[in-house]
Design a protein around this ligand. Structure first.
Ligand SMILES: NC(=O)c1ccc[n+]([C@@H]2O[C@H](COP(=O)([O-])OP(=O)(O)OC[C@H]3O[C@@H](n4cnc5c(N)ncnc54)[C@H](OP(=O)(O)O)[C@@H]3O)[C@@H](O)[C@H]2O)c1
Length: 360
């Protein structure tokens, strides 16, 4: 039997992605040991309520109990032997891999401590990479940190940008649709559904955050646009992007229920924009576009028969224009969200980090 290396894993976050990743790791153990020569051993799992830890690996029964406690929307709080989150720094050890599967701005100091302690880091969390450049840069350039799923979920977008740069190509522009939620909304508007109804449906189906403005604000797409730009080698800041929210300033300060009721006020405007685009043979898509100078994020009338116009529902599409891919861009398309593809993307990062650690 092939020699296997044991890699301790630390999970920050056990929600949709963290839970799915833990399940995938348990299910793929034999394949990963056989094919990659790695034994991935969860030693710590954490959510906001605290941390379960066992230096030699958490027993399988404990991992299943953690999944049972969290995957219905609950937390680890009721499980025995839960340590406070403040205990986390003491479990960091060289050679371990920490996965940030939260959407929290609070994990940044832990990520720095983990890298300083000799751990590797895999991020699903965009926030550490999309703040001020000076804070994000050490993460983006760190050889022991990967962040593939932060844009396009399981699509190999980040790896492709690194490959282009490593092989001497020069990226000149990146454009695409990188929000499944806003892709769904555009498709519904195109079908003639009113804006207020499309937003209500997206919320009812769980496609948006509980406050749909978290998606409609364009902030999440702007974060992805910044990550793309920075990965291409351009040190853009949030202020270099012009972002169009999909609601007016008058609706920004309302409570969620009042916002939902007030969305009907925007129905006529969005219907008119859809009609104007259609009259010109175009369709509306929520497009991010970045160049070395800056970028735009917003509703754009694109050619109906072009790659962006042909997108259906929550699909993502990312086109990279470079010196070599000039006349025709290098393009990636596919689902840009979903638990299984996203968790698998993080698992792919973990396996690559584990191999890097062995050769470092
Ligand atoms: N869903 C997708 O398709 C997709 C695709 C690409 C990227 N992502 C990214 O993946 C990340 C996770 O998404 P999700 O849908 O799994 O979110 P989620 O279901 O809300 O889960 C977040 C988890 O993080 C935990 N958490 C929050 N702050 C924490 C902290 N400071 N320390 C430790 N744990 C903390 C939460 O604990 P509590 O439950 O105790 O609050 C929860 O377990 C997000 O950044 C998201 O943008 C998601």
């Amino acid at each position: 039997m092939k020699k296997t290396h044991s890699i301790p894993l630390i999970f920050l976050g056990l929600g949709n992605i963290g839970g799915t990743l833990l399940r995938q790791i348990l299910e793929t153990r034999e394949t990963v040991a056989e094919r990659a020569g790695l034994r991935l051993i969860p030693v710590a799992v954490a959510d906001v309520s605290g941390l379960l830890y066992a230096a030699d690996g958490l027993p399988e029964a404990t991992l299943h109990a953690a999944l049972a406690a969290t995957q219905g929307g609950g937390t680890l709080a009721a499980l025995p032997d839960l340590h406070p989150l403040a205990y986390l720094p003491t479990v960091l050890q060289p050679g371990a891999i920490l996965a940030d599967l939260t959407a929290s701005p609070k994990t940044t100091p832990t990520l720095r401590a983990a890298l300083d302690a000799g751990c590797s880091v895999a991020l699903a969390n965009k926030i550490p990479l999309a703040g001020p450049w000076a804070e994000a840069r050490p993460f983006l350039s760190h050889p022991r940190l990967r962040y593939e799923v932060t844009v396009g979920a399981g699509l190999p977008v980040i790896e492709t940008l690194h490959y282009l740069r490593d092989t001497g190509d020069r990226v000149t522009a990146i454009e695409g649709c990188v929000s499944g939620t806003l892709g769904y909304l555009c498709a519904e508007l195109e079908r003639g559904v009113l804006y207020s109804q499309a937003v209500a449906q997206a919320r009812a189906r769980g496609y948006t955050e509980p406050d749909p403005r978290d998606d409609l604000s364009g902030k999440d797409v702007a974060r992805k646009a910044l990550i793309l730009a920075r990965t291409a080698g351009w040190p853009l800041e949030e202020g270099d992007l012009t972002v169009e929210p999909l609601y007016t300033a008058a609706l920004a300060g309302l409570a969620v229920a009042d916002f939902m009721a007030a969305t009907t006020a925007l129905d006529a405007d969005y219907a008119a924009r859809v009609a104007a685009a259609q009259a010109a043979g175009r369709v509306l898509r929520y497009v991010a576009r970045v160049t070395p100078e800056g970028g735009t994020v917003g509703l754009t009338a694109v050619e109906r028969d072009g790659a962006l116009g042909a997108l259906r529902g929550p699909a993502n599409y990312i086109a990279v224009h470079t010196t070599r891919y000039d006349a025709l861009p290098l393009a990636l398309a596919g689902p840009g969200a979903g638990r299984e593809v996203t968790a698998a993307g993080v698992l792919g990062d973990i396996i690559k980090l584990a191999h890097t650690g062995q050769t470092a």
